[in-house]
Design a protein around this ligand. Structure first.
Ligand SMILES: NC(=O)c1ccc[n+]([C@@H]2O[C@H](COP(=O)([O-])OP(=O)(O)OC[C@H]3O[C@@H](n4cnc5c(N)ncnc54)[C@H](OP(=O)(O)O)[C@@H]3O)[C@@H](O)[C@H]2O)c1
Length: 183
C-alpha cells in the first residue's frame, strides 16, 4: 500500500487531498497544529520537515509535492513576506531536484492562484467579511480542484516529474505595473 504524508491536513487543500488519497486507497498520514496555531513562517517548517523526512523518502523512492503560490512569481500589494516565502518554496523545490538527482525521488512545486479555503480567514485574523468579499462572485478554485491535481501528480508513472505547475481560476488573471505620477 502506498503512503502519503500531508502537512496541514486539518483544513483546506491538505484536508481535501487527504480525503482524495484515502479514497484512492492510500495510507494517509496527516499533520496539523490546530491546538496551538504557531506563527512560525512557511519556510522554516518546510526546510525542517524536508530534512527530517528526506532519508526515508529517498529509501522509498518517494515524491515531494510542495505548495507554493502564484504569489511567488507575481507581486501584489501587501504580499512581500508571503510572496517571498513562496518564491523560496519554488526555488527550494527546484534545488531539491538537483540534490536528489539519481535517487528516483520526484519533486514538484504546485503554484496556485485563488482557492476558497480558511486561508484568508487565517491571514486576516478571522475577518469573515474580508474573506467573503475576496471570493464573492468570482468562482475561485476549490480544495478539491487542488486535491485532484496533487493526486494526478502523485500517481503519474515514476519516470515523469512535473517540476512546476501553475494554475488559477479563469476569473483571476494579471494586473499591470503601477505608475505613480507627480502633480
Ligand atoms: N487558498 C489560496 O488561495 C492559496 C493560493 C495559493 C497557495 N496556497 C497555499 O496552499 C497551502 C494550503 O493553504 P489552504 O488554502 O489550504 O489554507 P488553510 O485552509 O488555512 O489550511 C492551512 C493548513 O496548514 C496548516 N498550517 C497553517 N500554518 C501552519 C504552520 N505554520 N505550520 C504547520 N502547519 C500549518 C493548518 O493546520 P493547523 O492550523 O491545524 O496547524 C491547515 O491544515 C498554503 O501553503 C498556502 O500558502 C493557498
Amino acid at each position: 500500500m502506498k503512503t502519503i504524508l500531508i502537512t496541514g491536513a486539518t483544513a483546506g487543500i491538505g484536508e481535501a487531498a487527504a480525503r482524495r488519497f484515502a479514497a484512492g486507497g492510500w495510507r494517509v498520514i496527516g499533520t496539523g497544529r490546530r491546538a496551538q496555531r504557531l506563527k512560525e513562517t512557511n519556510v522554516t517548517g518546510l526546510v525542517a520537515l524536508t530534512r527530517a523526512l528526506l532519508p526515508r523518502i529517498v529509501e522509498r523512492r518517494g515524491a515531494i509535492i510542495n505548495l507554493g503560490s502564484v504569489a511567488g512569481t507575481y507581486p501584489y500589494k501587501g504580499g512581500a513576506v508571503y510572496g517571498g516565502t513562496k518564491a523560496f518554496v519554488h526555488q527550494f523545490s527546484l534545488d531539491l531536484r538537483c540534490d536528489l538527482h539519481g535517487t528516483g525521488v520526484r519533486v514538484t512545486s504546485i503554484e496556485p492562484g485563488m482557492i476558497e479555503t480558511e486561508f484568508t480567514l487565517v491571514r486576516t485574523g478571522g475577518d469573515k467579511d474580508a474573506s467573503d468579499k475576496l471570493y464573492a462572485g468570482m468562482n475561485p478554485m476549490t480544495s478539491d480542484d487542488l486535491a485532484e491535481t496533487i493526486w494526478w501528480i502523485a500517481t503519474l508513472p515514476p519516470h515523469l516529474n512535473i517540476n512546476t505547475i501553475e494554475l488559477m481560476p479563469v476569473n483571476q488573471s494579471f494586473a499591470g505595473f503601477a505608475v505613480h505620477r507627480e502633480g
